[in-house]
Ligand binder design. Sequence first.
Ligand SMILES: [Zn+2]
Length: 130
Amino acid sequence: MDDKVKNLLERVRGTASYAADAAADGARAAGKRAGQMVDVAKLNVQLFDLNGEYNDILRQLGQVMYDTHRGEVPENDKISQLLAQGDEMAAKIAELKGRISDLKQAQVCPGCGAPCSRGDKFCRHCGGAL
Ligand SMILES: [Zn+2]
C-alpha cells in the first residue's frame, strides 16, 4: 500500500468513532418510544433518504482516499468532517432501524411478556394466544 494512503488510513483510525455508542443510545431511546403510533412506511422513507446521504459521504471518503493515492493533498479537516458526518448518519440510521423494528414487534405476549410480531396469533415463546 502506498505511504500516502497508509498515512491517510492512520489519520482515519486516529479519529475516535462514537457511532456505535450513539447507536446504542438511539436504540435504547427507541425502546421507550415503542408505544408511540408512528407509521412504519414513513420511517422507511426517511431511512431510504438517510441511506442515500450516508452512501454519498462514504463515496466522498473513497474519493479523498483515491485522490490521496493519486498524489493530491486532502484539505486538512475534510476527512474529519466527512468522518463526523458519517458517524452522525450511522447513528441516525441505527436509531431509525431500532424504531422500525420496535414498531414491527409492537405486540407483547400477555402470558410471558415476550415481544411478538404484530401479525402473530400465538406467542413464539410460550405458545399462548395473543
Ligand atoms: Zn408468551
